[in-house]
Design a protein around this ligand. Structure first.
Ligand SMILES: Nc1ncnc2c1ncn2[C@@H]1O[C@H](COP(=O)(O)OP(=O)(O)OP(=O)(O)O)[C@@H](O)[C@H]1O
Ligand SMILES: O=C(O)[C@H](O)CO
Length: 525
């Protein structure tokens, strides 16, 4: 078939395809895994996702299928780690209609972007958008509260002639603190910090946050009424739940105080929350005095313009160019990092098995699925693709997944969930064939950070444990101390660390498992 096709294909194209294959065949699996990850991050750059989400024709813009006419009536607010870059792109496209704006962004981000030469993610010198930096270390502070007050004031002053563009990305909750009186900022911070420290998920955390906030849980949309509100959202939460990303400031949400109290009780915090919090939670009915006429849907458009799904689609296309058949396992990998590492170890063994893989592997994978956020049908579908790759010997597979595993911190070491996951997968891969014949695994945070470290993650394979033994590094000792960053920094001068630097985006973590082409079994019968 290839010979027939080649007859019709113009020679230069064929030569280009062959050249590209030979080029990539020289790239190590480690390099190709890093290129797949880099492509995922590129696909969700803040300026890219905004540019792709706003189509403009003269004074009419189309967003998420909605046509909106601009008449010098555009106002902009935003909050989140990627919002400065998003606002810079909005300014490039719509500055002639932009009247006012306030954005709340992380402390020091403008200087960091300048230092990294990312001036395209900065606003113009004479911008009408006010930038307020705050929430150092992702914790709400007085600067972020001032920004929230200015955002509330801007929204409250709009009329039905106005259009309010709301830019939202990960880290937005901490950048938009607006506690319901009489709760103080410190009291609200104490509650959320205790919940996070007790291991509450982001879903639980934001369920509580929006109940204690004037702007979260649809509050911002409430204050902006009757202006038209359009929210452009870069999602950093599994499943892209609009009401939980940055605690859903543009999504009208019924606050069930019982649900909030049950979260506090689950983490044994009911007795330690301030009186002011119990007072607010004890008030029945709506948080706002006057229920606005009209419904949320009539004046609010919420559009997810960047997500883990978009990042993985792009990564899959790149993997194909690099000689792999891509398959996305799941966008919602979660659960304890130990179980997640077991998941990838079993999938690698299943895919790389020379013979028919023992049924115990599939059985254990299906048992594991619910604990790591992977549905059975996604596991079966993925195992089918891996089995085809193995049994039909047609080529290499790139398994992709997204999510946010959790780590139960018991040690005092330095690391992050991505680095710890990569190290634990290396332990699971021990004894398997080594690259280029054996599998390679990468785990990386798309925001370029992993825990309190400068790394985003790491790249590992079945040779790592032997490599560590030769360098007298005790893998299990580092794991017991949650010290994965120190381990990877010491191993082979840090070569296995994934350090993309500041990425200016955040759509959770990306996992890449590269399964090389199986050796062709020449039939001997
Ligand atoms: N030494 C460590 N080893 C392993 N995991 C760690 C360690 N220290 C922190 N972590 C994990 O890193 C997580 C915090 O990661 P990070 O600082 O990247 O923020 P994040 O969860 O990605 O939030 P955001 O989306 O705002 O960036 C914590 O939930 C914790 O479980
Ligand atoms: O800010 C937040 O609430 C988290 O990043 C989830 O969106």
């Amino acid at each position: 078939m290839a010979r027939v096709l080649s007859f019709f294909r113009p020679k230069p194209l064929l030569a280009l395809v062959e050249k590209r294959k030979s080029l990539f065949s020289k790239m190590s699996l480690d390099s190709r895994a890093r290129e797949v990850f880099a492509t995922a991050v590129r696909a969700v750059q803040p300026d890219t996702v905004v540019r792709q989400s706003i189509q403009r024709k003269e004074d009419v813009i189309t967003i998420d299928g909605h046509k909106l006419r601009l008449k010098n009536n555009l106002h902009l607010v935003g909050f989140g780690k990627a919002v400065l870059g998003m606002a810079a792109e909005v300014e490039r496209i719509l500055s002639d209609h932009l009247v006012s704006g306030v954005i709340s962004v992380p402390q020091g981000i403008q200087e960091i972007l300048r230092q990294h030469g990312k001036n395209h993610l900065l606003l113009k010198e004479n911008s009408c958008i006010e930038v307020i930096e705050g929430a150092k270390h992702n914790l709400p502070d007085g600067d972020a509260q001032k920004a929230a007050e200015k955002i509330m004031l801007l929204a409250s002053g709009l009329t039905k002639e106005d259009l309010l563009l709301v830019l939202i990305s990960g880290g937005g909750s901490a950048l938009l603190p607006s506690p319901v009186p009489p709760i103080s900022l410190q009291e609200k911070l104490d509650v959320t910090r205790k919940l996070a420290g007790a291991g509450a998920t982001i879903q639980e955390l934001n369920t509580v946050r929006r109940a204690l906030s004037l702007l979260k849980g649809g509050g911002l949309a409430h204050f902006a009424h009757p202006a038209q509100v359009v929210a452009l959202i870069l999602s950093d939460v599994i499943g892209d739940p609009l009401d939980l990303i940055a605690s859903g400031p543009t999504v009208q949400t019924e606050i069930w105080h019982e649900e909030v109290l049950s979260v506090l009780e689950r983490y044994h915090l009911l007795d330690s929350v301030p009186v002011s919090v119990m007072e607010v939670l004890g008030k029945p009915g709506s948080r706002w005095q006057n229920k606005q006429e009209g419904t949320q849907e009539e004046h609010v458009i919420n559009a997810v313009i960047g997500s883990n799904s978009i990042a993985l689609k792009s990564a899959g296309r790149r993997a194909r160019e690099l000689g792999f058949r891509p398959v996305v396992l799941s966008l919602g990998v979660s659960g304890d990092v130990k179980l997640v590492s077991r998941l990838y170890g079993l999938l690698a063994r299943f895919a790389c098995s020379q013979e028919e893989p023992p049924p115990e592997i599939a059985e254990e994978l299906l048992r594991l699925g619910p604990d790591v956020g992977v549905e059975s049908w996604d596991l079966c579908r993925t195992m089918q693709v891996l089995d085809q790759g193995r049994s039909e010997g047609w080529g290499a597979t790139c398994l992709l997944a997204g999510g946010e595993p959790t780590v139960e911190l018991k040690g005092k070491g330095r690391g992050g969930r991505n680095q710890e996951l990569a190290l634990r997968v290396a332990v699971e891969l021990q004894g398997m064939a080594q690259p280029p014949k054996g599998p390679v695994f990468l785990s990386g945070g798309t925001d370029g950070q992993d825990g309190p470290t400068d790394a985003a993650g790491a790249v590992t394979d079945s040779s790592l444990c032997e490599e560590a033994r030769k360098q007298e590094l005790d893998v299990n000792k580092f794991l017991d101390n949650n010290d994965s960053f120190t381990f990877f920094s010491k191993l082979s001068s840090g070569q296995r660390l994934l350090v993309p630097g500041l990425t200016c985006t955040n759509v959770m973590d990306v996992h890449v498992l590269l399964i090389p082409s199986p050796p062709i079994n020449i039939a001997t019968n």
